[in-house]
Design a protein around this ligand. Sequence first.
Ligand code: UFG
Length: 330
Amino acid sequence: MTVLVTGGAGYIGSHMVLELIDAGESVVVLDNLSTGFRWAVPDEVPLVVGDFGDEALVSKLIAERGISAIIHFAAKIVVPESVSDPLGYYLNNTAKARNLIACAVAGGVKNFIFSSTAAVYGEPQQNPVTESESLKPINPYGRSKWFVEMMLEDTAKATDLRYVVLRYFNVAGADPKGRTGQSTANATHLIKVAVQTALGQRAGMEVFGTDYPTPDGSCLRDYIHVTDLVRAHMDALRHLRTGGDSLTCNAGYQRGFSVLDVIKVVKDVSGRDFPVKLSGRRAGDPAAIVASNARIKSVLNWQPKHDDLPSIVRQALDWERRLHNRKLAG
Ligand code: UFG
């Protein structure tokens, strides 16, 4: 009954591993450490350093470790980078995921949980967006994940594999116990950038676009705490193990904050003012995207516990301080 977590040394994956071992699960991590960290994987959890697209490696792992479920996090996740390097995204996020799914099928792994993204919707016709909205991704990142959703759907029809696709909205915050957090070098995500700026690790930050059709002109997003997100995976795992059907769900709070709102909360919570430059739009950004979470609540019985932006920011700040001290300590 071992769970294979790809990308388990990364931001969301490392929170998942903690949640799984806290629940007494047996876990193996597969991570190539391109953006993840060895220290983010607890000592008692085996870490295999390698590529999730390597069929020989993954097939061996499935057989030798008795893998019964795969939670697939490993991916490239930066929207503007996907615009400048689409083929890199299609190779890593799409082509290699095909290999992983093929190994799951060949190795008899029946339960698969996939990290998809709100970016599959593109610019939704209406917010909160439901899972039945037509998918029109506006960047290669969103498309690279959509292809995997389609592969899973087709594979589930042809084989015994069943899946839960979770479409993540904007993931933020850190483990409330301070064990892990967003540690990626040169991260580009808003809350991370704002927190680093508040702590003086960056001289200032930019707001990308103030002329969007939103209340204050900056982009609107649905920020979900990473711990609530990994709990959604636990709910998904339970759903699959108890015979639930394949399923696609949004993971968000059904509440939007603008970029300017977020910066204000970071300034308030940190008690620090910092320079913010109003700049032009960034490539690939939709104006507004907020999750409908009716399905995940009703089908998976998901109950968010950290739906509070100031707490999300406080934990992100705490983690950033710890990370800084860790670096100073060498
Ligand atoms: N932003 C700034 N300044 C910054 C960083 C970000 O203004 O320094 C803005 C962006 O332009 C965007 C918003 O803050 O309007 C959020 O940007 P992020 O980079 O934090 O996140 P994205 O919305 O681009 O993407 C994230 C995930 C995707 C997911 C998407 C869903 O990376 O997986 O949220 O909304 F699909």
